[in-house]
Design a protein around this ligand. Structure first.
Ligand SMILES: CC(C)(COP(=O)(O)OP(=O)(O)OC[C@H]1O[C@@H](n2cnc3c(N)ncnc32)[C@H](O)[C@@H]1OP(=O)(O)O)[C@@H](O)C(=O)NCCC(=O)NCCS
Length: 268
């Protein structure tokens, strides 16, 4: 079996925080933020607009696009770092809200890489014949773990949700002449955990905590690892770089990198 992506849905909170708003909160400037990230404004969830609220809205939209009934969904995987509660999983809240019958529902915690991990997990369930229609969601209320006095993080993170539906089809997963997920590569380097972390958690200090980031170091590692996994999935699928029309990286790396290259202070 192989997985095809048959529908997408997304949700962004209505409330917008602009760079001008942030200039009034911390010592920053629109110019600094735009130059490094391309971000001019971001969507932020209001009180009560939890991660599951956003995940449910994105999932409802994807389900509608797919034309499927909630009864067709037999796997829900939600990638999130900011669940409403430590448990139950956001996935089980989505299941209840959409009227999806009792089945497999769980969250994946892999932070920025979470959605790719969730997609890969669901793809493997489908390839193993354990699911036929998988709802995969990435949802986070990152503003709930921001220190609004820390200018190095509060200008970069925000809130939202995106959902896709995967369908099991007969065929070879690696057949690039057919639509679907052809190759995946996941990796983590736990040894670099002190470059980007949250200073709280249930089994340490029982606090939600705040994001702490050593941005420049994160950037260096993330860019080189990302280039490596891109090369690996291209090699695994037998596709050459020249055949790729879209490369969609997580976060602002593409913008930042091209900006720095243009400015002449970073090589390719
Ligand atoms: C965070 C990031 C945008 C910072 O850009 P940078 O050019 O590396 O910035 P630097 O670390 O060189 O900091 C430059 C200066 O700006 C300051 N600065 C930091 N945040 C600022 C802000 N919001 N406004 C103004 N100045 C700021 C720093 O304190 C530093 O000042 P100093 O030199 O006096 O110490 C960049 O490193 C990056 O994109 N990192 C990856 C982040 C990421 O994607 N993380 C993963 C999330 S999933």
């Amino acid at each position: 079996m192989r997985s095809t992506l048959i529908a997408t849905g997304s949700y962004l909170p209505e409330k917008i925080l602009t760079n001008a708003d942030l200039e009034k909160m911390v010592d920053t400037s629109d110019e600094w933020i735009v130059q490094r990230s391309g971000i001019k404004s971001r969507h932020v969830a209001v009180e009560g607009e939890t991660t599951s609220v956003m995940a449910i809205k994105a999932a409802e939209r994807a389900l509608k696009v797919s034309g499927l009934s909630p009864h067709d969904i037999d796997l829900i995987v939600v990638a999130t770092t900011t669940p409403d509660q430590t448990f139950p999983a956001v996935a089980s809240k989505v299941q209840a809200a959409l009227g999806i019958p009792v089945g497999i529902a769980f969250d994946v915690q892999a932070v920025c890489t979470g959605f790719v991990y969730a997609l890969n997990v669901a793809d493997n369930f489908i390839k193993a014949g354990q699911a036929r229609h998988a709802l995969v969601i990435g949802a986070d209320k990152m503003t709930s773990i921001l220190d609004w006095n820390d200018r190095t993080t509060c200008v970069l993170f925000a809130d939202g949700a995106g959902a896709v539906i995967l369908k099991a089809e007969e065929g070879e997963a690696g057949d690039v002449s057919q639509p679907g997920i052809h190759a995946s590569k996941l990796c983590a380097n736990g040894a670099q955990g002190d470059l980007l972390y949250v200073d709280g958690g249930p089994s340490s200090n029982q606090q939600t905590g705040h994001i702490v980031m050593h941005g420049r170091e994160v950037f260096k590692y993330a860019v080189s690892y990302m280039a490596g996994v891109v090369e690996d999935v291209l090699a695994a699928s037998g596709v050459s770089p020249s055949e790729i029309d879209w490369l969609i990286p997580h976060q602002q790396f593409a913008y930042y990198r091209s900006h720095r290259q243009k400015a002449g202070y970073e090589h390719g």
